[in-house]
Ligand binder design. Structure first.
Ligand code: GLA
Length: 387
């Protein structure tokens, strides 16, 4: 990514300006711990070296002017710092608008407007959190331009709040947390219940992280996501009739097995099973990685996919075909990542099999699905920052 070009684009779009600042927020990939964050469990994501660049400058008046190199057809989208409401026509620009509103509502002083050019090199809608990435890019630029005294965890929370309340997607905190708090060559074990976290070095000698994008459009993802949340809430209520627990993340596998009879609805029982087992798997996987046991880490990734496929039912034929083909063609571990229903799979692949892996999995996917998957060999980068 050439930053000078983006700064030149900014000057062309908005007219030459003094005081231009540049910011970056990554995308994220979750290695394991899926659909556990809103169930009070653990997640194990990392920030990517791909993400969203924001070139920004303060204005003297109250106008907010937003432009994305990814959506040039939509031109400059204008809002006013004193009047921030969701507007369907504003499309992607609702993400930054929402974050500004949350900052203001929380009492942070944003007294003037500003203008921003965004450019993202994360594939949109692929489950790598392009939306949380633009939210954190906005947070970090607000902090920078307006000299705000705010720490990263607070920015993470306000970004999630914007997604929940302004955009209307009831997501957990994983994506914003991974993007805000990411650390180069480390994954983050986050307890979504307490927000306690620890960094785990990802030392994959001779092994690459490969993201495979199904390129499937994620139609009903938001409504299905909310459906899973309420199924888990129902299951928790049933368990709480007898158990003193505050979330499914409080349960060991054994305690769940001994009490699952309380959940009469078979679908809700399977959803809860996934949440409990996946949380425990995530803790075991972190230990395996810290012990240097990549084989075990990979096996737990595979089990995670099977549980998401059979018990949580958030995969789809495209993801299943992609992941099954990865298992056959040399991946040490492969699973869907993110919310599911399309989007991406994450694979650990030995470097000496990389070319063959991408060729074979790509060919098999195209033959069965009728269009291509995309592959990205990624590195783990730092969290949101001024550059
Ligand atoms: C989306 C949400 C996250 C998390 C994942 C599933 O990415 O934004 O909070 O729930 O789905 O693990």
């Amino acid at each position: 990514m050439n930053l000078d070009n983006l700064v030149n684009d900014f000057k062309k779009v908005f007219g030459t300006k003094e005081g231009i600042r540049t910011f970056f927020a990554p995308g994220r990939v979750n290695l394991i711990g899926e659909h556990t964050d809103y169930n009070g469990g653990h997640v194990f994501p990392c920030a990517l070296d791909l993400g969203t660049y924001a070139i920004a400058c303060k204005r003297d008046d109250s106008k907010i002017r937003l432009y994305s190199r990814n959506f040039e057809d939509l031109g400059i989208i204008e809002a006013d710092v004193s009047h921030l409401v969701y507007d369907k026509k504003h499309d992607w620009a609702n993400y930054p608008k929402g974050v500004v509103k949350m900052f203001k509502d929380a009492g942070y002083k944003i007294q003037t407007g500003f203008e921003v050019l965004f450019f993202g090199n994360i594939p949109n809608g692929a489950g790598l959190s392009s939306s949380a990435s633009i939210e954190l890019a906005t947070s970090i630029l607000l902090k920078g331009l307006f000299n705000l005294d705010i720490d990263m965890i607070e920015m993470v929370k306000l970004s999630q709040k914007s997604e929940n309340e302004f955009i209307g997607v009831n997501c957990g905190i994983m994506d914003q947390f991974a993007i805000g708090m990411g650390k180069k060559d480390h994954a983050i074990l986050l307890d979504a219940n307490t927000l306690k976290y620890e960094y785990a070095p990802v030392k994959l000698d001779g092994i690459s992280i490969v993201i495979a994008n199904t390129n499937k459009r994620r139609g009903l993802a938001a409504s299905k996501y909310n459906e899973r949340r309420s199924e888990c809430e129902n299951a928790l209520k049933k368990l709480q009739e007898k158990l003193n627990i505050s979330s499914l993340g409080d349960l060991s596998e054994e305690r769940f097995e001994a009490n699952k009879y309380l959940i009469k609805n078979e679908i809700e029982r399977r959803r809860a099973k996934h949440a409990v087992y996946e949380n425990q798997r995530t803790i075991k996987a972190t230990k395996a990685l810290n012990d240097g046991n990549i084989e075990l880490f990979g096996k737990l990734m595979n089990e995670s996919h099977i549980s998401l496929r059979d018990d949580y039912e958030v995969t789809c034929s495209e993801l299943d075909i992609l992941v099954e083909s990865s298992w056959k063609n040399g991946a040490i571990g492969a699973r869907m990542t993110g919310a599911g229903f399309g989007g991406c799979a994450v694979n650990l692949v030995p470097d000496n099999k990389l070319t063959e892996f991408i060729e074979k999995v790509g060919k098999e996917y195209e033959e069965k699905i009728g269009y291509e998957a995309d592959f990205y060999v990624v590195s783990i980068g730092d969290g949101a920052r001024e550059i």
